[in-house]
Design a protein around this ligand. Structure first.
Ligand SMILES: Nc1ncnc2c1ncn2[C@@H]1O[C@H](COP(=O)(O)OP(=O)(O)OP(=O)(O)O)[C@@H](O)[C@H]1O
Length: 315
């Protein structure tokens, strides 16, 4: 384990809110013991295509939930809707019981829910430190009224700089604080985006494909950082195609296909669920889950060969 990440997770376990989810029924829309997000009848259509059609969703507080599914399943669209970056055709959802319907993305962030993007939105021509400080916008200082109280704004600036420094150290980016963000590797940009999201000290952090474009050397460190978010009491919801990551760090997995939630459960249960394997294989273009369930596929191929040898037609 990365020494820095280890010290982070060790020092933060005291505030972990993780609970055992093995007793939660493995059914789509399963009720959770302490849901931080609850959504109902959320739909989003693009022309004739229904990208999201979620009947009920609950995200448990304090654990890591993976949202998986084949390409085009609606995962990013659902992220966009929950965080106010897109507007649904119908549906309601709440954070800690407070409705987020019609709430703009920056206000959603102020209420404690932030997200990162599939393609990182770090600003290449700003320094790493300036990117961090931008992450703190939406706080007191940017308000016109606060400009009248410059002493408060200065205090906020100092607080932000201190927090940025602390986070850059934690994410091992402190040596790069004055470099242009554009000079960072793909993995470092993902780390910067995660660090920036933490500037507002969110209760819930949503990561859209945190492993995409990250070189293998940084992957383990990134995984440990995601786990440390949970270990310090935050809720993590992430979209990912990297099934190793899903298996390694998720406490719960929600599977989408064609806009709907088709399965939920612990990683172990979900990865053996025929509905999940169907959802992936039906889409024909996600190889990760194929690799993941090689044994099941081999058994299926063997059965097919035997059926052929017996002269039976296979469906
Ligand atoms: N702005 C848009 N305009 C039209 N169609 C869209 C738009 N955004 C998404 N879609 C369509 O909605 C469906 C769901 O897309 P979405 O990006 O949410 O899927 P996803 O599960 O995140 O896929 P991936 O894993 O490939 O990122 C897809 O068919 C996509 O083409």
């Amino acid at each position: 384990m990365d020494a820095d990440a280890q010290s982070t997770s060790t020092s933060t376990t005291a505030t972990s809110r993780a609970v055992d989810l093995t007793a939660v029924p493995a059914i789509p829309g399963a009720p959770k013991p302490d849901a931080v997000i609850v959504g109902d009848k959320i739909t989003r259509k693009f022309g004739g295509l229904t990208a999201v059609d979620v009947d009920h969703i609950e995200i448990q507080r304090g654990v890591i939930t993976a949202l998986i599914g084949p390409n085009g399943a609606g995962k990013t669209t659902l992220f966009n809707l929950l965080t106010g970056f897109d507007v649904p055709d119908s549906g309601t959802w709440s954070l800690n019981g407070g409705s987020l319907q019609g709430v703009a993305s920056y206000k959603v962030a102020r209420r404690g829910m932030v997200r990162t993007f599939q393609l990182t939105k770090v600003l290449a021509k700003l320094t790493v430190l300036d990117n961090m400080l931008l992450g703190a916008t939406g706080q007191r200082g940017e308000k016109l009224l606060s400009a009248l109280f410059a002493f408060r704004w200065r205090g906020q600036e100092e607080e932000n700089a201190a927090r940025a420094h602390e986070l850059l150290t934690r994410f091992k980016l402190d040596a790069k604080r004055d470099d242009f963000a554009g000079s960072l590797s793909g993995g470092q940009r993902k780390l910067l985006e995660m660090a920036r999201a933490l500037m507002v000290d969110p209760e819930l952090i949503m990561l859209d494909e945190p492993m995409a474009g990250v070189n293998p050397a940084l992957k383990q460190s990134l995984l440990e950082h995601v786990k440390s978010l949970r270990d310090e009491g935050r809720t993590v919801l992430f979209v990912e195609h990297d099934m190793d990551m899903v298996r390694d760090i998720s406490d719960w997995v929600i599977v989408m296909a064609q806009g709907k939630i088709v399965a939920e459960g612990t990683p172990q249960a979900v990865m053996q669920d025929p509905a999940v394997i169907d959802a992936y294989l039906g889409a024909h273009h996600d190889t990760d889950l194929r690799e993941m369930d090689e044994a099941a596929l081999e058994a299926e191929a063997q059965a097919e060969l035997e059926a052929q040898a017996d002269g039976k037609a296979t469906p």
